[in-house]
Design a protein around this ligand. Structure first.
Ligand code: AMP
Length: 564
């Protein structure tokens, strides 16, 4: 018997009603156990807010404007009703549910008898992602109509969340790994390892269902399936990094660009962004460089790409982002905004995973394999003075700071540990999410130019405002931002537009102050946007704890000043 989408929605409602992890993983495991084999991956993906398997190169490509337009047409609701519901909860899914409950959905007669199954939802989502080219918008709208007009209020709630790409139920990937382990009687570490290697817990679950534990023992890295990235923690200074790494470490320039994970098999190369989406198309010269330089049948390497001027000096990050966004006339951009790649790691080579090797070994292999592609500039030292000079050199050359990498460290996908440390010598900028914006005056009339900036609360899953700024964006960026925010608008009040928390920006500031202005009790002083971080998703935004931490650290430093 095919499983109804209704039971998935019921599971998610139950998950949302509790904070107890054991309960969440228990009921999710029970749900997974009952699924048919072909339902497992789609169900796991959807529960995590993904329309398609993680490795899929396709995305829905449906803007909030398109989705809400369909919603309005089939429910006939007034925007005020939606706005009111949204302001009550701050959650799009809950607002959609409430609208569905309050208005009678005009079901399409032909579809009236059907009941949505998990497979049917996946089929429609695939069709939506698959429609491209002329007339695709109408086609997508028809398919969304078909989907929503069969949905109950609770189903519509979670469909909306899937379209927006954010579940915010509390059931995150880590808990899903536990649920999958429980459901299929597999040791948690085995599931975690498989999930790290395949990068997709949905697929791990499907393998377990189809082939049992045996299925997992055979998996290894696969070229063209992106591996989760190893991340770094912040540390105050080069000498702290030396101490943390036992007195001696490898410093590397920290380039101010975008992370790339590059996969190659024979003559085929694919480039993945920090969010592990396919960016091959926007980086043709990187593809060529890898083909020409790296002599290996199969390889996965990582590096940082930066935008440079005609003499090879780094230029601001936003120019690089223009490269990523460009879909047509990519070749023009290749000339206009040249890029430079610095490789820093190798994860897989000719059928063998290298992630368990120490950093030093991997670096040796990389040196041999990189051909003419430069590696990140490196200094291995135990001397504080030399490390500080190296940091100064990096800053003088226009880079962001240093990374410190523990010499014997393996590559741990998906984890942000102390084995990689980052040293950025300014008051560390924060990655914040825009939650609302106000229209400007004078020259900025008609532009959404004053932005509310929020940090993430991982416990309540809310975005909490910590500041507001109209500084940092160029006119062209503001015009584009206005358009993007309008598409994300959920509520308009006088001069202010509340938006779905989707866009991440990097924010510099002079100080964090105590303030009653915002619910979290803190406010950034002199906030200014440094750049738009389209390579980060709202879940990558900094947390409210981090803001608090920086707030506390400030005082530690100030205290010292006074004492001196
Ligand atoms: P952040 O984005 O501030 O968390 O800093 C970590 C990022 O720095 C990585 O994800 C890379 O994109 C980037 N990066 C720049 N240079 C290096 C390097 N030498 N090694 C590793 N990551 C680097």
């Amino acid at each position: 018997m095919p499983t109804l989408f209704k039971s998935l929605a019921e599971l998610l409602e139950k998950v949302e009603s509790t904070k107890k992890r054991l309960e969440i993983t228990g009921m999710t495991a029970d749900f997974l156990k009952r699924l048919d084999a072909e339902e497992v991956e789609p169900a796991v993906s959807m529960v995590l807010g993904r329309a398609l398997p993680k490795w899929s190169r396709k995305t829905l490509e449906v803007s909030w404007m398109t989705f809400s337009g369909v919603l309005q047409r089939i429910t006939g609701f007034e925007w005020d009703v939606f706005r009111e519901a949204f302001s009550g909860t701050g959650d799009v899914g809950a607002a959609v549910k409430s609208v569905f409950e309050r208005t009678k959905v005009k079901k399409q007669v032909a579809l009236l008898e059907k009941t949505l199954t998990i497979n049917e939802v996946r089929r429609l989502l695939q069709a939506i992602a698959g429609s491209a080219g002329s007339g695709s918008r109408e086609k997508k709208e028809r398919l969304i109509t078909a989907l929503l007009s069969q949905a109950s209020p609770a189903e519509a709630k979670y469909l909306a969340k899937i379209f927006v790409g954010e579940m915010r139920t509390g059931l995150h990937e880590g808990l899903m790994e536990q649920a999958v382990a429980k459901a299929f009687n597999a040791p948690l570490v085995t599931v975690q390892k498989a999930s790290m290697v395949l990068g997709d817990i949905g697929e791990v679950a499907a393998l377990l269902k189809n082939k049992g534990l045996e299925g997992l023992s055979q998996i290894d890295f696969q070229v063209f399936r992106p591996v989760k990235l190893m991340l770094a923690q912040t540390i105050d200074s080069a000498s702290d990094a030396l101490a943390e790494h036992g007195g001696r470490t490898a410093f590397e320039y920290k380039y101010d660009g975008a992370r790339l994970q590059i996969h190659k098999r024979k003559k085929e190369v694919r480039v993945f962004s920090r969010r592990l989406t396919d960016a091959t198309h926007s980086m043709p010269e990187i593809v060529e460089a890898i083909k020409a330089n790296i002599k290996a049948k199969e390889v996965i390497v990582e590096g940082e790409v930066i935008a440079v001027n005609e003499i090879g000096h780094p230029i601001p990050f936003q120019h690089l982002m223009r490269r990523f966004k460009r879909i047509r006339k990519v070749q023009d951009m290749v000339k206009k905004i040249p890029v430079k790649l610095y490789l820093f790691d190798v994860l897989f080579l000719d059928g063998k995973s290298l992630i368990a090797l120490p950093y030093l070994e991997r670096r040796k292999i990389l040196v041999k394999k990189a051909g003419g592609i430069p590696l990140t500039k490196q200094l291995i030292t135990d001397k504080k003075k030399r490390a500080e000079t190296f940091l100064k050199q990096a800053m003088d050359a226009g880079h962001e700071g240093l990374m410190a990498k523990k010499l014997d460290s393996d590559y741990t996908p998906g984890s942000r540990g102390k084995r990689w440390l980052k040293i950025k010598p300014v008051l560390e900028p924060l990655d914040l999410v825009i939650t609302a914006a106000e229209y400007g005056y004078g020259r900025r009339h008609g532009w959404l130019s004053d932005y509310y900036l929020a940090a993430r609360d991982p416990i309540t899953r809310e975005f909490l405002n910590v500041g507001k700024t109209f500084k940092g964006l160029t006119d062209a960026e503001m015009i584009e931002m206005t358009q993007r925010l309008k598409e994300l608008a959920v509520r308009e009040e006088h001069n202010k537009v509340k938006v779905l928390p989707k866009i991440v920006v990097e924010v510099a500031y002079n100080e964090i102050q105590k303030s009653r202005k915002y619910k979290c009790g803190m406010a950034l002083r002199f906030a200014r946007i440094r750049r738009i971080r389209d390579d980060k998703s709202p879940e990558d935004a900094d947390t409210i704890e981090k803001v608090k931490e920086i707030y506390d650290r400030q005082f530690a430093k100030k205290g010292k000043y006074k004492a001196n």
